[in-house]
Design a protein around this ligand. Structure first.
Ligand code: BG6
Ligand code: MG
Length: 218
């Protein structure tokens, strides 16, 4: 049996945490008198925490001191973590466990490649931490997606060459990062948004066992 490296993004691929990021950012924006819409939140998918706050401030035409910036980052994360604390296995997106299982049954190494600094906490909440052979997250990288750094480290940690890796991603920046890393990119979401991925599925229920097996064999 061939060995490929399967790399999963977390937010929007394994769990739908975008709604919690939105609630926390929205409260913060409100406090600054900035209107923050769900469409704008879409543009924050895959974007680091620092860059997200910079974008929100730019949309609201606000400049703030570095001290306030740091304080707001802390507050946002505190509120976000209060939502995360309530998460359980019910929040795993449909058919993610099936795909993880088929990879495990076929002895395929599995990595996480996420921009989030809360990745381990979330994986623990939904009881999936032991499904991963390696976890690479926002604490391990210096360059954010669309830079391929996170995926290249994720591949290295499982000892698989980048060209033998397959990445599951829901964000535009993440698909670009996977493509730049010379990996096969599988977009999870809409074709209109993720048209630059090698394959696109609305969600994991559309990904058959045979398709996963064909990725392993080819
Ligand atoms: C990404 C999310 O996975 O992680 C972004 O899509 C988020 O919305 C980023 O800003 C950083 O997450 P965290 O948990 O470190 O604030
Ligand atoms: Mg994501």
């Amino acid at each position: 049996m061939k060995k490929k490296g399967f790399i999963f993004d977390l937010d929007g691929v394994i769990v739908d945490t975008a709604k919690y990021h939105f609630l926390a950012w929205q409260r913060l924006a409100k406090g600054l008198d900035i209107d923050f819409t769900e469409e704008e939140n879409e543009q924050l998918k895959g974007v680091s925490r620092v860059r997200s706050l910079e974008k929100i401030l730019a949309w609201g035409n606000k400049t703030i001191s570095q001290d306030l910036f740091n304080e707001l980052m802390g507050k946002k994360n505190e509120e976000y973590l209060s939502f995360i604390a309530e998460m359980d296995t019910n929040e795993i997106l449909p058919d993610v466990p099936r795909v993880l299982n088929i990879l495990k049954e076929n002895n395929q190494p599995i990595s996480l490649g996420s921009a989030s600094k809360n990745a381990r906490t979330i994986l623990e909440r939904v009881n999936l931490i032991s499904s991963f052979d390696a976890i690479v997250d926002g604490n391990d990288v210096s360059k954010a997606k669309p830079d391929p750094e996170v995926f290249l480290i994720a591949a290295k940690e499982i000892n698989i060459k980048p060209e033998d890796c397959i990445v599951f991603e829901d964000s535009v920046a993440g698909v670009t990062a996977a493509n730049t890393a010379n990996m096969i990119s599988i977009g999870i979401g809409s074709k209109d948004v993720l048209g630059h991925a090698n394959y696109v599925f609305n969600d994991f229920t559309e990904i058959s066992d045979d398709f996963i097996k064909s990725l392993i064999e080819n």
